[in-house]
Design a protein around this ligand. Structure first.
Ligand SMILES: Nc1ncnc2c1ncn2[C@@H]1O[C@H](COP(=O)(O)OP(=O)(O)OP(=O)(O)O)[C@@H](O)[C@H]1O
Length: 386
């Protein structure tokens, strides 16, 4: 969709901002450009909508060399979101959002209807916010209007230059989550500039890690964190990359432990016998329809005067759907002070994740990336196995 071919940008004062850059962004892909200040991220981005012209090399959009396309026409295909948002202070939120459709000559009613739809999409009720002026919004709300405005003419490509850089960390996280949800729905081809590696990891399908004017590594987040291509990248992603990696490593069914499973209607006496025979101290309890109900300890059953397991079982709040990431799992464990969490696939109980299994899953995924094999193929010794 977007293709850089040996692109170099040298400014008149001799600064080489971008040096022989070649990479490709697929349709519907979100690529984050991350790196320290002055490494050429913004220059890269501005060459795509021709706010800056390359010194040499070509940039293709959908196979077409953008140097041959009229810049104004080109920009209609490209939404642009910047940190300072750049909303018109004298226009209402609705009119700001309708700017590009209005420029494109849409009828006013149609442009405003589209704007209202987009405000809704970015989580701003058009009835409440549509008639306000930018100064009557919070920083986070202004950023959302910026995103809505960029999407108004439904461009296939979005360029986003530190769009969430000016808001506090809590709002920033919320905007990131909202943007991920939005992107899952609209599937634009996105170049997203940030100097924050956490943001790059969270949002990017792939990350381009910039050194000075060059890309040092161009890979999915898990690979950048697990197998940094150069010492520079390792240094940039930081010593705590194992922690960051938690958020990009999914729970897979192979990571789970299989404790004994009983049903709420099972008789207590037989269940105690079974757990004793298996040497198990507790079991997962399922409802009659097979959905997760909770858990029960063998000791509690032993002392129980009730007839069925269900009467003694405790509810299980600590659970997650399969495919959630290890950071979420760790967070749920801490939140519920739980020694393990249940993992479900829709209604179906799949197994439990313990801290030891979580650690193992993390190590497996790091080794898998380093060795270029799948996670299931990784074998290692662990202290718990000794
Ligand atoms: N108009 C210009 N003339 C000369 N040098 C420039 C010009 N614009 C940018 N540069 C230089 O080009 C290099 C890359 O700048 P660019 O803005 O692309 O970096 P960046 O990675 O986006 O940085 P930041 O994160 O600080 O925005 C820097 O050294 C910068 O000083």
């Amino acid at each position: 969709m977007i293709r850089f071919e040996h692109v170099t940008k040298r400014y008149p004062d001799g600064t080489t901002a971008v040096d022989d850059l070649s990479f490709e962004v697929a349709e519907g892909e979100l690529v984050t450009l991350v790196g320290p200040s002055g490494c050429g991220k913004t220059t890269t981005m501005k060459m795509v909508n021709r706010l800056i012209e390359p010194t040499s090399g070509r940039i293709l959009l959908d196979g077409e060399d953008i140097a041959t396309v009229d810049p104004v026409r080109l920009r209609r295909r490209i939404g642009y979101v910047i940190q300072q948002v750049g909303l018109f202070p004298h226009k209402t939120v609705l009119d700001n959002t309708a700017t590009v459709p209005a420029l494109l000559g849409w009828k006013r009613a149609k442009a405003r209807a589209r704007a209202a739809e987009l405000l809704d999409l970015v989580g701003l009720d058009p009835g409440t916010f549509g008639d306000r002026y930018p100064e009557q919004l919070s920083g986070g709300q202004r950023q959302r209007v910026g995103v809505a405005r960029a999407l108004a003419a439904d461009p296939p490509v979005l360029l986003m230059d530190e769009p969430f850089g000016a808001v506090d960390p809590v709002v920033r996280e919320r905007l990131q989550s909202e943007f991920l949800r939005l992107q899952a729905a609209v599937r634009k081809t996105v170049l997203f500039v940030t100097h924050d590696i956490e943001e790059a990891v969270r949002l990017g399908d792939r990350i381009a890690v910039y050194g000075e004017g060059r890309i040092e590594q161009f890979d999915p987040p898990a690979t950048v964190l697990g197998a940094p291509a150069t010492p520079y990248v390792a240094d940039f992603v930081g010593a705590d990359r194992g922690l960051k990696r938690l958020s990009v490593t999914e729970i897979q069914s192979g990571d789970l432990e299989q404790p004994p499973v009983v049903r709420i209607e099972d008789p207590v006496a037989a269940t105690v016998e079974r757990l004793d025979a298996e040497g198990a101290r507790w079991a997962v309890v399922l409802d009659r329809d097979g959905t997760l109900h909770g858990w029960v300890s063998a000791d509690a059953l032993r002392g129980a005067t009730v007839k069925t397991v269900g009467e003694q079982a405790r509810r299980m709040e600590a659970w997650l759907p399969v495919g959630s990431n290890l950071k979420q799992a760790f967070s749920v464990m801490l939140q519920h002070d739980a020694g393990w969490i249940a993992v479900v696939d829709g209604e179906r109980f799949l197994g439990v994740l313990t801290p030891a299994r979580l650690h193992e899953a993390l190590r497996r995924s790091i080794d898998a990336d380093t060795e270029g094999v799948s996670r299931a193929e990784v074998e290692f010794d662990s202290i718990s196995a000794i």
